[in-house]
Design a protein around this ligand. Structure first.
Ligand SMILES: Cc1ncc(COP(=O)(O)O)c(C=O)c1O
Length: 343
């Protein structure tokens, strides 16, 4: 048996490092939480003997106000992951079909398996974008379809018009998970007006998270919003005491610090453009990424070999591509020097 003191040291030692220029595999924010958010979070420790709210009404209302919606349209989960599972539990039965792109966010095949769904995958096109025609066709007999915008791993987006045209082609009882985990990285003119979209399409659930641009992946906070009828159905599956005490404080402090967060987002987007430009100068193509990562399709040398021995943690795909999370300049330099050395 491990002595209690050693176990505590082990547990603290096992915490991930907030700043780690090599950690580029999970699309996390490379910066520690903002000082204002950290200091607000300290207040939560003292109340840890108490349960959080039975159902997260206050957090729901905070998010609804912030995004300009009615409370009944919002659900809250342990990350976008929790929200997606909640939707699947509420609207599917084992054996139903779920349509998704291939490749897509690794979570989707896992969630489908957990909900005992049959999956139909639709390959991305050569530029890493969804084939929305093929997805609409496949979704005709599906219960759920997932579309990520920006997409993970390619970072690409379809235009607002393309998404709307896709939605009009789906049966009304096919639920669409419009996954906007990286929406904060988009320019204003690239964003879909979510509240107006869900007012027009009663089968769409927009999924968001505080894990990416807000930099709070370790706290596990996500939310979804949709039309009120569907929202009420999804809220019935809201897990009692399922959202920790710190979530509401962290979200409120983050909304207060929105200007500083915007500045961080601009820095990450600028770093992404810089890495993309330097890679292009080296003859390396990446898809038109709009989030906090870049996707490099299979190159002339296998990517695991190119980055072997560099210590960089990256996400490799079976099609030979690699996804690289954008970090600070030190990470960019490490990526570029490995690619240059392999050229
Ligand atoms: C497209 C997409 N959706 C959802 C998630 C899950 O995020 P969360 O940490 O909020 O569960 C991720 C995480 O990488 C993602 O890339």
């Amino acid at each position: 048996m491990v002595a209690p003191r050693t176990a505590l040291l082990d547990a603290v030692g096992a915490l991930p490092q907030a700043v780690n220029p090599f950690a580029l595999s999970l699309n996390e924010c490379p910066f520690p939480p903002l000082p204002a958010v950290r200091s607000a979070l300290r207040a939560c420790d003292e109340a840890a003997n108490r349960y959080p709210e039975f159902l997260p009404q206050r957090l729901r209302s905070l998010i609804a106000d912030h995004d300009g919606m009615a409370e009944e349209q919002v659900i809250v989960g342990a990350g976008a992951t929790g929200v997606i599972m909640q939707v699947l539990h509420a609207v599917t039965s084992p054996g139903d079909t779920m349509v998704m792109a291939e490749p897509t966010f690794d979570g989707y095949p896992i969630f489908a398996q957990m909900a005992r769904l049959r999956t139909v995958t639709v390959p991305l096109d050569e530029h890493g974008r969804h084939d929305l025609d093929a997805m609409a066709e496949a979704a005709k007999t599906a219960r759920v379809v997932a579309v990520c915008r920006p997409h993970n791993p390619t970072g690409t987006i379809e235009s607002v018009i393309e998404i709307e045209r896709f939605l009009t082609r789906l049966p009304e009882d096919t639920v669409v998970l419009l996954d906007e985990a990286y929406v904060e990285f988009l320019a204003a003119e690239q964003c879909i007006d979510g509240p107006s979209l869900v007012a027009r399409f009663g089968n769409v659930v927009v999924v968001r998270t505080f894990s990416k641009a807000y930099g709070l992946a370790g706290l596990r906070i996500g939310y979804g919003f949709c039309a009120p009828d569907l929202g009420r159905q999804l809220w019935r599956m809201q897990l009692p005491f399922g959202i920790g005490l710190s979530a509401q404080v962290a979200v409120a402090a983050s909304y207060d610090a929105e200007n500083q967060l915007r500045q961080r987002i601009r820095m990450i987007a600028a770093e992404r453009r810089y890495l993309q430009m330097r890679l292009r100068a080296l003859g390396v193509y990446s898809t038109d990424g709009q989030a906090n990562f870049l996707y490099l399709p299979a190159g002339s040398s296998p990517w695991p070999e190119v980055f072997d021995g560099t210590g960089l943690q990256l996400r490799y795909y079976t099609d030979g591509g690699v996804r690289i999370t954008i970090g600070a300049r030190q990470s960019t330099r490490a990526v570029l020097s490995a690619v240059t050395a392999a050229a």
